[in-house]
Design a protein around this ligand. Structure first.
Ligand SMILES: [Zn+2]
Length: 105
């Protein structure tokens, strides 16, 4: 049982480290997309980069290959594409929830 507790701690540290790295990667990717005014890869419509990431029409970094289907958690710019929050959410229905759960979010 002690082993299980230890593994839990390690896992939490891992998630925390990974989620911080993801936040930084995502911020850099957003900035790169903003500079070229990249449209949403899912619906083709422009993205308003002045909107918050919490806005349904705001920017989000979409994993081309989702984590749930074996994609890298931190794929680098080549493994990402720009998308609206609403489009990413619509696409990731279920998958997204599993990713969040896998990350402990
Ligand atoms: Zn879209």
């Amino acid at each position: 049982m002690d082993d299980q507790d230890g593994a839990g701690d390690q896992s939490e540290r891992w998630v925390s480290r990974q989620s911080r790295a993801w936040t930084e990667l995502s911020a850099r990717y957003r900035e790169a997309c903003r500079q070229i005014d990249a449209p949403c890869a899912l619906c083709g419509q422009p993205i308003d980069y002045t909107l918050s990431g919490r806005n349904r029409y705001g920017f989000t970094s979409d994993h081309i290959e989702t984590i749930a289907t074996g994609g890298a958690v931190l794929p680098g710019f080549d493994g990402l594409r720009p998308a609206h929050q609403k489009c990413n959410a619509a696409r990731g229905d279920g998958t997204r929830a599993r990713e969040m759960a896998a990350w402990g979010w």
